[in-house]
Write a protein that binds this ligand. Structure first.
Ligand code: PEP
Ligand code: MN
Length: 333
C-alpha cells in the first residue's frame, strides 16, 4: 500500500505515518516526489487497515499497490528517477554512453582506451577488475591492481568509473574505487550481494540475468532498494533464446516494459547481447530509438589481443562512428 500525503504535509506528519506503520509491524519508506511525498508500506502479507492511516493529519489517500515489487514500481513513484553523479545525469533525457574494454589488462591499455572514449564523447569508463568467466582457466581480472588502474583513469581523464563486484568480499573494494557498482548477469539473483549493494553509498547498475523475466529482474532491483540504495540503473544485456546467430538475444522490448513498470533508468548493453562487433552499432541505434537512457559498450584498442570479449569489442573508429550516429539519431526523436 502507498500512503499519499497532501502537498502541504509536514515532515512531522510523514513521521507520524511511518510510526503508525511500524506499530502495525511493517516498514514505512518515504518516497519524496516532485509534488508530494508518499510513504510505501513494506513487509505486509495481507491487507492493511487503511482507516488507521487515513485518520492521521496530512494524509491524502491510501492506494493499494498491485505489483510484488514496490519501491522500484511506477505505481509508488510516478516520476522517472534521474541519477546524478558528478554533474552527469542518467535518466535525464540525454542518453549516456559508458564504454571501455571488457577487462582492465594494463595501465597503458586502460588509459589508451579511456582517452578514445573521452574524445568521442563517452562519459563513463567501463572495465572489469574482477571478471566472472565461464571457464576457470580464462583471465579472471587484475583484482585490486585493476581497481587502482581505474582510479588513475578517473584522475587522468575525468571520466566516471563503472566496474563489477562479483561477490560480497570484493564489493566494498569496488565501492571504494568506482563511481558506479556493476552487478553482472550471473549475479542478478545473488541476494546477499544485492543486499550489500543496497547498503552501498554508490549507484548500482544491475544487469538482467540471462534467463530472468522482467519481474524477476525488478524483484532483484527491489532487494537493492529495500536496503536503502535508491540509485539503481537497470541494464538489458541480452537473454538466452533458441536463436544462435548472436551470443544472446537483445530484448529491446525490455525498454518500454521497464518504463511502464518502473521509474528506474534503463541502459542497453548491445556488446554482450550480440557477442559480435559488427552488430553493435545497429543494435545501439535501435536501443536509442526505442528510448534507452544510455548504452554500455565494449571497445578495445587491439581487440585481436584482448584478454576477454575481443570479438565483440568495437575498434576505436567504430566507437567514434557509434557516438556520432547515436547523437544524430537523438536529434530526430
Ligand atoms: C561485462 O560487462 O563484462 C559482463 C561480464 O557482463 P554480463 O554480466 O552482462 O555477462
Ligand atoms: Mn565482457
Amino acid at each position: 500500500m502507498l500512503v499519499v500525503m497532501k502537498n502541504d504535509a509536514t515532515e512531522e506528519q510523514v513521521q507520524a505515518v511511518i510510526k503508525e506503520i511500524e506499530k502495525m509491524g511493517y516498514r514505512g519508506v518515504p518516497m519524496p516526489g516532485a509534488l508530494r511525498t508518499a510513504v510505501c508500506i513494506l513487509g505486509n502479507k495481507g491487507s492493511i487497515d487503511a482507516a488507521r492511516l487515513l485518520a492521521i493529519d496530512g494524509v491524502k489517500e491510501a492506494i493499494p499497490v498491485t505489483k510484488p515489487y514496490k519501491l522500484v514500481s511506477r505505481e509508488t513513484h510516478p516520476d522517472a528517477t534521474v541519477i546524478t553523479i558528478g554533474g552527469i545525469k542518467i535518466g535525464g533525457g540525454e542518453p549516456i554512453v559508458m564504454a571501455g574494454p571488457c577487462a582492465v589488462e594494463t595501465e597503458e591499455q586502460a588509459i589508451t582506451i579511456a582517452n578514445i572514449v573521452k574524445k568521442a564523447g563517452g562519459k563513463v569508463f567501463r572495465g572489469g577488475a574482477f571478471k566472472p568467466r565461464t571457464s576457470p582457466y580464462s583471465f579472471q581480472g587484475l583484482g585490486e591492481k585493476g581497481l587502482k588502474i581505474l582510479d588513475k583513469v578517473r584522475k587522468e581523464t575525468g571520466l566516471l568509473i563503472i566496474t563489477e563486484a562479483t561477490d560480497t568480499d570484493n564489493l566494498p573494494l569496488v565501492e571504494k574505487y568506482s563511481d558506479i557498482i556493476q552487478i553482472g548477469a550471473r549475479n542478478m539473483q545473488n541476494y546477499s550481494l544485492l543486499r550489500l549493494a543496497g547498503q552501498a553509498k554508490k549507484p548500482v547498475l544491475l544487469k538482467r540475468g540471462m534467463a530472468a523475466t522482467i519481474e524477476e529482474w525488478l524483484m532483484a532491483a527491489e532487494y537493492i532498494m529495500s536496503e536503502g540504495n535508491t540509485k539503481v540503473i537497470l541494464c538489458e544485456r541480452g537473454i538466452r533464446t533458441f536463436a544462435d546467430n548472436t551470443r544472446n538475444t537483445l530484448d529491446l522490448s525490455a525498454i518500454p516494459a521497464i518504463k511502464e513498470a518502473s521509474h528506474l533508468p534503463i541502459i542497453i548493453d548491445p556488446s554482450h547481447a550480440a557477442g559480435r562487433r559488427d552488430y553493435v552499432i545497429s543494435l545501439s541505434r535501435g536501443a536509442i530509438a526505442v528510448g534507452a537512457d544510455g548504452l554500455l559498450i565494449e571497445v578495445h584498442n587491439d581487440p585481436a589481443h584482448a584478454l576477454s570479449d575481443g570479438v565483440q569489442s568495437l575498434y576505436p573508429q567504430q566507437f567514434e562512428q557509434l557516438m556520432k550516429e547515436t547523437k544524430r539519431l537523438k536529434e530526430y526523436l
